[in-house]
Design a protein around this ligand. Structure first.
Ligand code: ADP
Length: 354
């Protein structure tokens, strides 16, 4: 990794999460291409064993009782399978699913019209539920608890509200920011599932499954190379796999060898730990220009030529999670792991800095 040290910090074009190959949120036409890779039954959903066991029990009980299950909240970072699980629940229950999202609902009336057209047993999936407008949220409380929606008829002082009884249905809410959900809304979910980042072995299985669906022949050891670079996130794993497929097509490969994966992804400047050009620029700046830190966010952002918000929200969470960076009251500090990753010997014991 020594070539990273003192590398020129060229950030042209890397200023948006949405432009990054290692972004956990969808880029390009991924919402469409993700569809072909979604498992349709719980058995096909890879990893998250505890969550799967809980959900299986929950669905089996609802099926035996012959009633729609309680409302379900799926919480966790983007790209870990929340939408996929919502689709699986509807499929396992053999009921239709209506899909919407917090930002798509601008007025309480938008939600009222969706709710009043739901069929008995239907699943209503609300992605980014923490972004619902307040008035819609309040309408949802009543609908979830009492299966009732108050429809406003007329305008101004003469307007009246007519209560409309709804058939029983199941709301599945997905959120990347569970803490932003007001507690009355959170309390209306009978089952809350937290999705965690996937360990490498699970990602490896997921990549092998996706490769089979896409008709890519991965030689032994190739899935491991992909899993190492996928930042614990299925969406990233599937994206990297598609880029490796491009490589295989262009090079007329009948089987993708581990070296092909390394070469293809090196072309996109993604290294063995899944760090990209921006991550490396940040580590490089702390280590080489600030002697390992501590360095304040503003200085660091100026050095890499990025908005401080981008560095803080796009880059740092993964660097902190993987132990490359520590946030201290005095600023950001590179860990021994960061120095070593850049091919350098740590100069300071970082614990002295606290
Ligand atoms: P989220 O809604 O949490 O952002 P998605 O459910 O859209 O994530 O998943 C992103 C992609 O990753 C989809 O293509 C999906 O098929 C795949 N995926 C996510 N989790 C799993 C899993 N556990 N097993 C198989 N594929 C998965």
């Amino acid at each position: 990794m020594a070539e990273h040290a003192f590398a020129q910090t060229d950030n042209s074009g890397v200023n948006e999460e949405s432009l990054r190959m290692v972004s956990a949120t969808p880029i390009g036409n991924e919402p469409v291409s993700d569809e072909e890779l979604r498992p349709h039954v719980l058995d096909g959903f890879i990893g998250q064993p505890r969550l799967k066991a809980q959900l299986q029990l929950f669905l089996d009980a609802a099926r035996k009782r012959e009633v729609p299950p309680d409302h379900i909240l799926l919480a966790g970072p983007p790209g870990l399978g929340k939408t996929t699980l919502a689709m699986i629940v509807a499929n396992e229950l053999a009921v239709p699913i209506r899909v919407t999202s917090g930002p798509a609902i601008q007025h309480a009336g938008d939600l009222a019209s969706i709710l009043s057209s739901l069929d008995a047993g239907e699943v209503l999936f609300i992605d980014e539920i923490h972004r619902l407008p307040r008035a819609a949220e309040e309408l949802l409380y009543i609908a979830m608890e009492d299966f009732r929606v108050d429809v406003m008829v007329g305008k101004g002082p003469g307007a009246t509200s007519i209560p409309l009884t709804l058939p029983r249905f199941t709301v599945i809410g997905a959120t990347t920011r569970e803490g932003m959900l007001p507690s009355p809304l959170r309390a209306r979910f009978g089952f809350t599932a937290h999705l965690d980042f996937y360990p490498k072995e699970e990602l490896e299985k997921l990549i092998e499954r996706s490769a089979a669906v896409l008709g890519i022949n991965l030689a032994e050891g190739s899935a491991v190379q992909l899993a190492m670079r996928s930042r614990g996130t299925p969406r990233i794993a599937n994206r990297l796999l598609r880029r490796v497929r491009d490589w295989a097509i262009v090079h007329n490969l009948s089987a993708v060898q581990p070296d092909d994966v390394c070469e293809a992804l090196a072309l996109y400047q993604i290294d063995t730990e899944g760090l990209d050009r921006l991550d490396i620029a940040v580590l490089n700046a702390i280590v080489c220009h600030f002697n390992g830190g501590p360095v304040g966010l503003n200085n660091l952002s100026a050095m890499v030529g990025e908005e401080s918000e981008t560095v803080e929200t796009v880059c740092e969470p993964y660097l902190v999670r993987e132990g490359f960076l520590i946030r201290t009251p005095k600023g950001r500090v590179a860990t021994a792991k960061a120095w070593e990753h850049l091919g350098l010997k740590p100069q300071d014991d970082v614990s002295k800095l606290f």
